[in-house]
Design a protein around this ligand. Structure first.
Ligand code: AHG
Ligand code: MN
Ligand code: MN
Length: 365
């Protein structure tokens, strides 16, 4: 079978064609995106080798496995992916600094290297619990402008990263699945690229992606049902009631535990993803992190005609308070996310607040 490529547009060509819209653009931005893409290619290769290169399992540390600032055990590939992002992006002269899920503090560009006007924030490997069982994982990245004082030479601080998602200049993810894909927005819509493993190039295969406004598929970790707030319980119960309930149609459920994989499914065929605030750990506002998970995926969803929300407010308007801040996250098909927001906006009835009067639910223990 001769593989006739569906497209001959490479990521490089796509970026150059986008840049022609801004004649005074320096090309630094494009070079930065290509450095990020190179890091993702290197991670794809490491993920593909897995056990063959002794890359599965936890990252060893004295007395066991290393733990990151999130309090989560680090996998070998978490640490390697973080190192690859740093090494592939620190030298190009496009960045003033980086921040990562796997690093407690921001990473300033070493003094011997040139600095640039952007900040790169990333989750180097998302869905790490799936690595050892060979289920798709991904990388998530977000590009911000470095504040003027940093561009003027001031030392980088955590505060420089605390910018709302609407200030991102680019965002995207790589998905290490049956194919390796890069999904990118530079603020002019969303485009998908598939890695040609022989050429080593990301090829434009999914131009102008749009999230369908409606869906019959929802994604949530149902084992947390007893901790959900009333609006989430109501939404999920209505989905489960299917055509016999107020929605008048049956729903399907998915939960991969790799947000990148869920986001890609939703981008391709619609759906809604929920990791809401719940009462499981009142010290956490949510499971996912605002700067390098919710905001970049949120920009992708909004740029593709979908919606991203905390359940109570648009995600990209949230003013971050700290680098590793967690947040409730709902994203996907616009009409479903807006329904969930409506449920959160409705006055909470006494019944909802008082379990004694709450209706029986499939999930109530
Ligand atoms: P990470 O592997 O970067 O820590 O992210 C995992 C996140 C997200 O990808 C996924 O949707 C969620 O954690 C899964 O959480 P549960 O394990 O609680 O289902
Ligand atoms: Mn993650
Ligand atoms: Mn991660």
């Amino acid at each position: 079978m001769t593989l006739t490529p569906r497209t001959s547009t490479t990521l490089t060509q796509f970026l150059i064609e986008q840049r022609r819209r801004y004649p005074d653009a320096s090309g630094n931005f494009n070079a930065l995106i290509l450095d990020v893409a190179l890091a993702c290619k290197a991670i794809a290769k490491s993920v593909a080798y897995g056990a063959l290169a002794d890359l599965l399992g936890n990252h060893p540390d004295e007395g066991g496995a290393s733990v990151n600032v999130q309090g989560e055990t680090q996998k070998k590939l978490d640490v390697l992916s973080n190192d690859l992002f740093i090494r592939m992006n620190e030298w190009g002269g496009h960045l003033a600094g980086m921040a990562s899920e796997e690093m407690t503090h921001p990473y300033p560009i070493p003094s011997h290297l040139p600095k640039g006007k952007y900040l790169l924030v990333f989750d180097p490997l998302d869905g790490s619990s799936n690595i050892d069982v060979n289920v798709s994982v991904g990388s998530i990245f977000s590009v911000l402008r470095a504040p003027a004082h940093v561009q003027g030479g001031a030392d980088l601080t955590e505060t420089d990263f605390l910018q709302p998602g609407c200030q991102q200049v680019a965002a995207g993810y790589a998905l290490y699945g049956p194919t390796t894909m890069l999904v990118l927005t530079v603020g002019t819509g969303v485009n998908g690229f598939t890695l040609d493993p022989v050429m080593g190039e990301f090829m434009l295969t999914h131009p102008d992606l749009q999230v369908p406004a409606d869906t019959q598929e929802f994604a949530i970790n149902a084992s947390n049902a007893r901790f959900w707030e009333a609006p989430v319980k109501r939404y999920v119960d209505e989905c489960l009631a299917g055509r016999t309930g107020p929605r008048g149609k049956d729903f399907n459920m998915r939960w991969i535990a790799s947000m990148v994989a869920e986001a890609h499914r939703i981008l391709m065929r619609g759906g809604v993803f929920m990791y809401p605030r719940d009462t499981k750990d009142l010290g956490k506002a949510g499971r996912l992190r605002l700067l390098y998970e919710a905001n970049p995926v949120g920009m992708i969803m909004e740029q593709a005609g979908g919606r991203a929300s905390t359940g109570r407010a648009p995600m990209l308007t949230v003013q971050p308070q700290e680098l590793h801040q967690r947040i409730a996250l709902v994203f996907g098909s616009r009409n479903e996310v807006e329904r969930i927001e409506r449920y959160h906006a409705e006055p909470v009835s006494f019944r909802d607040e008082t379990p004694l009067f709450a209706e029986r639910s499939l999930f109530r223990d």
